[in-house]
Design a protein around this ligand. Structure first.
Ligand code: C2E
Ligand code: MG
Ligand code: MG
Ligand code: MG
Length: 290
């Protein structure tokens, strides 16, 4: 009778020790494990053309699906990944997931685009471009269908960034400045950068129709983007009034809960199908490479 009991005890203790060791891992070690176990998933938030309502594509947004079933938002782990030098393998996994999940959609729908978020280290080293190049080869997906989003915070080494962005555009990718207006970049800064588009941060979209002082800031951003010949996307659009304001002022694209929340791949494919039946196919948008 003691032998099986001993066996149970041993298993129980091993279980407890395993559980405690997992709980006590540092954030870096936990993320490291998540990368090795490929615990990341991607949701796609549709981006629509404001003038026509046509789906232009989607932004790929990473989430961490932990083994216990909890879904961790990127805001909670991307900064840790950046600080601990683990961002590049995460960006790479996002690229692999996007290709695996959306390859046939992108090959069949040439006017659809997917935007991928890059961090400072991706932009400084430029290695993401080699990775993308390798992964896109023989998929039939065009380089033009993959947009790259970079934040102003990502431009820590501006000379290295310039090299990477130029290479990205020569390969055919379009480059958008994400969360525009929340960083420090001045007009002067932007003028020298090889980019195609600005994403107007949600905080400015939120001011539409509210506070006239701050909503004049968004007008300046729109004008500036047009004067620089850039495409513009408004993020975090939640109301029809906001969409009407942005459309009337010539903002090209929008994303936000008004159109759709971020969706799993299958649901995004369904969204696109519906959208195409309602509004028709998108026209080709050519961005200006160097
Ligand atoms: P972001 O690129 O500015 O992404 C937009 C965020 O706004 C998303 O949050 C999205 O779910 C949320 N959002 C969109 N529309 C609305 C709306 O109408 N109302 C509200 N309240 N929120 C809206 P999410 O997915 O939590 O992403 C947060 C940030 O994490 C992203 O900001 C991006 O900077 C970063 N991120 C996400 N995925 C990746 C990734 O794969 N790599 C990197 N480096 N960063 C990522
Ligand atoms: Mg983004
Ligand atoms: Mg934002
Ligand atoms: Mg953004």
């Amino acid at each position: 009778i003691f032998v099986p009991f001993g066996g149970f005890m041993a298993l129980f203790i091993i279980g407890i020790v395993y559980w405690m060791s997992r709980e006590r891992l540092s954030p870096k070690a936990e993320l490291d494990l998540a990368i090795r176990n490929r615990e990341f998933i991607v949701h796609y938030q549709p981006i629509v053309e404001l003038e026509t309502g046509i789906c232009f594509g989607a932004e790929a947004l990473v989430r961490w699906l932990r083994p216990d079933g909890t879904l961790v938002r990127p805001d909670l782990f991307i900064p840790i990944a950046e600080e601990t030098g683990l961002i590049m393998p995460i960006t790479n996994q996002v690229v692999e997931i996007v290709i695996a999940e959306l390859k046939s959609l992108l090959v069949n729908e040439r006017t659809l685009h997917i935007a991928i978020n890059l961090c400072a280290e991706d932009i400084t080293t430029g290695r993401i471009l080699d990775f993308l190049d390798g992964k896109l080869q023989s998929t039939g997906i065009h380089r033009e269908q993959i947009w790259l989003e970079i934040t102003e915070r990502g431009l820590v080494d501006i000379d290295a960034a310039r090299v990477t962005l130029r290479r990205a555009r020569q390969a055919g990718h379009a480059v958008a400045i994400d969360d525009f207006g929340t960083g420090y970049s001045s007009l002067q800064y932007l003028q020298g950068l090889p980019i195609d588009a600005l994403k107007i941060d949600k905080s400015f979209v939120d001011t539409i129709g509210k506070d006239s002082a701050t909503s004049s800031v968004i007008l300046h951003i729109i004008t500036m983007s047009q004067e620089l010949g850039l495409l513009s996307t408004a993020e975090g659009v939640e109301t029809e009034d906001q969409a009407a304001f942005l459309r009337a002022r010539g903002v090209n694209f929008a994303q936000g809960w008004l159109f759709s929340r971020p969706l799993p791949a299958k649901e995004f494919i369904g969204f696109h199908k519906n959208n195409k039946e309602t509004f028709g196919a998108a026209r080709e948008i050519v961005t200006s490479a160097d």
